[in-house]
Design a protein around this ligand. Structure first.
Ligand code: FE
Length: 348
């Protein structure tokens, strides 16, 4: 459904206010060929109206010859900023970067944040942005979950389909994604609504059974035939099943990189305005699947890099797998039961 420019300007003003944008601060809008023109124009209007100095930095896309889809998360590691010191300098000198391009999992992003610059990623189409406009309540909910993750030593995930995964944790920081950037050096993604961390190196073990309706990203497909994965010493060591397993194996094999199979971020969705079914309504080209990642009660399993949290693993391949109907336990305390988000006050 189309969104009016007025509604988008209002949405940006809301998000920039939550992000504590002040008059005379410098905002740089990072764009590329995939940037949505309405998102760009309305961001510029909203930030200018708030008294900020607004720049646009437009960079040419890279990796087209390497990626297997048009999804901006389909090939990680190098970005248009790699080796582009002039562009990095401009972004480091900005108070706030609006990333309408996708810098995720890049060392340049970490370098920019270290200097105190905030980065807000926003690449979903306008109607998704306005439907999942972030709120203070989102931050509170995600913060409670993050506090529980912070103290836990193990995440365990089970399901009636056969998943039984043990994820020792504590080596990596907990990351909160609530959709705005209210502290210096903070990165976030509008829209979102989940918290996550990464399992300790080489310690995750067990079995993951993807059931019908679980989602594969960046494929943006619903699993129709079960996929069974064995996890040993932090890596997925086998992926078996029917057609969906064959498709996943073939995609991942193309990267020819054993690090692609490492367990990456782990967490669960907490966004009640995100829906499991939304992905089925969209062309694959039109979304990166944030409804799928954020819908309340999904266990978000993933494979690939851990440099986003300060780890040393970089790999171009990243697979996100929102799973339904799982039970998630932190040190034996349930936080999600059979795919339903438990109110954390009542979690027991
Ligand atoms: Fe991911």
């Amino acid at each position: 459904m189309p969104v009016s420019d007025a509604d988008m300007v209002r949405a940006w003003t809301h998000v920039l206010s939550l992000s504590k944008l002040q008059p005379k601060q410098t905002v740089t809008i990072l764009t590329s060929q995939n940037t949505h023109p309405q998102t760009l124009n309305t961001a510029r209007i909203a930030a200018t109206n708030m008294g900020a100095t607004v720049n646009r930095l437009d960079l040419s896309p890279v990796n087209a010859e390497l990626a297997h889809s048009r999804d901006s998360l389909a090939y990680l590691g190098t970005t248009p900023l790699t080796g582009n010191h002039a562009a990095i300098a401009a972004l480091k000198k900005s108070d706030l970067v609006l990333d309408l391009m996708t810098l995720l999992f890049s060392p340049e992003q970490a370098e920019i944040l270290e200097g105190g610059t905030k980065i807000l990623l926003a690449v979903e189409p306008p109607e998704v942005l306005v439907r999942m406009l972030p709120s203070i309540e989102d931050k509170t909910r995600v913060g409670k979950a993050a506090a529980m993750l912070q103290g836990a030593k193990e995440m365990r995930v089970t399901s009636k389909a056969g998943t039984d995964l043990r994820l020792p944790m504590g080596e990596f920081p907990v990351i909160q994604e609530y959709g705005f950037v209210d502290e210096p050096g903070r990165w976030d993604h509008w829209p979102s609504g989940f918290s996550l961390t990464f399992p300790n190196e080489a310690q995750a073990s067990g079995r993951v059974v993807l059931d019908r309706g679980d989602i594969l990203l960046p494929m943006k497909s619903y699993v129709t035939t079960p996929i069974e994965m064995t996890v040993e010493r932090g890596y997925v060591t086998s992926i078996t099943g029917d057609l969906d397993a064959d498709l996943l194996n073939d995609y991942m094999a193309a990267f020819d990189d054993k690090e692609a199979y490492a367990i990456s971020h782990i967490g669960w969705g907490q966004q009640t305005r995100a829906r499991w079914s939304t992905l089925g309504l969209y062309d694959r080209e039109e979304t990166i699947g944030m409804d799928a990642r954020a819908f309340a009660g999904n266990f978000l399993f993933s494979m690939g890099p851990n440099n986003e949290a300060g780890g040393s693993r970089t790999t171009a391949c990243h697979i996100d797998i929102p799973m339904r109907n799982c039970t998630v336990l932190l040190d034996n305390r349930e936080v999600v039961r059979d795919g339903r988000l438990l109110p954390l006050e009542q979690a027991a």
